[in-house]
Design a protein around this ligand. Structure first.
Ligand code: SAH
Length: 394
């Protein structure tokens, strides 16, 4: 059947934009938009090249540098039906791949062909994040929420708002809050470990679900005295506790450590929590010759843009160098980076250089990424961001 002409407003893109789509990417940048005159913010649009040849259907943002996020290579006549089907497909994907957890990412934007939408499940509460003008439209919000509720019957759905995202998308300010039901706190089990969850508190949508499989992997090798640096609410520390003689968690956020302590109580583990700047603490530990058998490093993203790459790599190297100096022979280093701009190759190169400077030998046990509920689209490199290296140190 020949493709039917789309009834949607048309956005024309440059040859560079076309080539980007042909490479399998899902975005076209504003600099590659030739003509989007009169297109309303957040509209569904038909994408064409300069001669009018169609490249499918996309969601348009009038303000983001990412002007076009592709929805389908085909014309789309019924957006609501397409969204409902994509939500249902995302749920089925997790049913097949996700085990041993009540908390996981249900919808990961482009990687689930729902650009601009993130939904995390924490047992009976769903937490959603809207990242674009298109998904923020009332009709789309209502479709998304009603489909999630009818498929999953959650106790509640919470919207977590990042004010910077709304500003970038020139959307009016909005507070985080309930959009369905009235439950705002729950507990969930992940890999047999229990966690408290308060839907309106915490960083991201509440937890770092992308590390779920890495927690279990790290626990396989952890032993002796362990320190979880940048521990947040204790994700790694709680998983290491049954395997280690002693576990310490370090973070600069007091509210995060308070939840970490409640989580330790829930699991009946004794873990020591230290509120400190990790860089200063590791320096002190090095000076006082503190030694550990297992060190976890999971810092926040040091490179928020390409420009920060060099300083980010210096930051990672400093941390890893200190960790390596603190590890006893036979120790385990679990070291992570969630900066998309730091590639796995550069991260390993940084680690190799830190090992040389620390006069230690590293044997790689595992080079890991984000959990499978945060799918990576091979042709959209931006969907792969987390690195987690587990190494044996002599
Ligand atoms: N490992 C955690 C996630 C860590 S996110 C988990 O699996 O849940 C990064 C953490 O680093 C945040 O909790 C943040 O509060 C903390 N942080 C940021 N800068 C810090 C610093 N200079 N010293 C210590 N902690 C810091």
């Amino acid at each position: 059947m020949p493709p039917t002409e789309s009834a949607l407003p048309k956005v024309r893109i440059s040859l560079r934009g076309v080539n980007r789509l042909k490479s399998g990417h899902a975005w076209v940048y504003r600099s590659d938009i030739v003509d989007a005159d009169g297109i309303p913010p957040g509209a569904a649009v038909a994408v064409t090249d300069q001669r009018g040849k169609s490249f499918g259907t996309a969601l348009y943002s009038s303000s983001s540098q990412i002007a076009i996020r592709m929805l389908s290579p085909e014309p789309v006549s019924d957006l609501s039906t397409l969204l409902r089907r994509r939500i249902s497909d995302a749920i089925t994907y997790r049913e097949k791949l996700v085990r041993d957890t009540e908390a996981y990412r249900l919808i990961f934007s482009e990687a689930d062909f729902l650009p601009g939408l993130i939904v995390d499940r924490y047992h009976d509460i769903l937490s959603l994040q809207i990242l674009t003008q298109a998904i923020d439209a009332n009709t789309i919000r209502e479709t998304v929420i009603s489909e999630l509720v009818s498929q999953l019957s959650p106790a509640s759905v919470i919207e977590r708002v990042d004010p910077r995202v709304r500003e970038l998308e020139t959307l009016p300010p909005r507070a985080s809050g309930l959009v369905y039901g009235d439950k705002t706190a729950t507990t969930f089990t992940m890999n047999g470990v229990q966690f408290h969850f308060d839907a309106l508190e915490g960083q991201k949508t509440g937890a770092f679900l992308d590390q779920r499989e890495n927690y279990a992997a790290a626990a396989q090798y952890a032993h002796g005295e362990a320190v979880d640096v940048f521990c947040y609410q204790g994700g790694f520390a709680l998983h290491l506790a049954p395997k280690c003689r002693q576990v310490t968690g370090v973070d600069s956020s007091r509210p995060a450590l308070e939840v970490a302590d409640q989580n330790a109580a829930l699991n009946v583990h004794a873990i020591e929590w230290i509120e400190a700047n990790a860089f200063d603490l590791l320096k002190d530990y090095a000076a006082s010759n503190h030694q550990y058998d297992t060190v976890v490093l999971d810092p926040p993203a040091f490179a928020k843009s390409k420009r920060d790459l060099d300083s980010a790599l210096r930051g990672y190297k400093e941390l890893n160098l200190r960790a390596l100096k603190m590890l006893r022979p036979g120790g385990i280093l679990v070291t992570c980076s969630c900066s998309y701009h730091v590639s796995e190759f550069s991260f390993l190169e940084m680690l190799a250089s830190a090992a040389l400077d620390a006069h230690r030998t590293l044997r790689l046990l595992e080079v890991r990424g984000q959990a499978k509920d945060h799918p990576v689209l091979l042709n959209v490199p931006e969907t792969a961001y987390l690195k987690c290296v587990i190494a044996h140190v002599t």
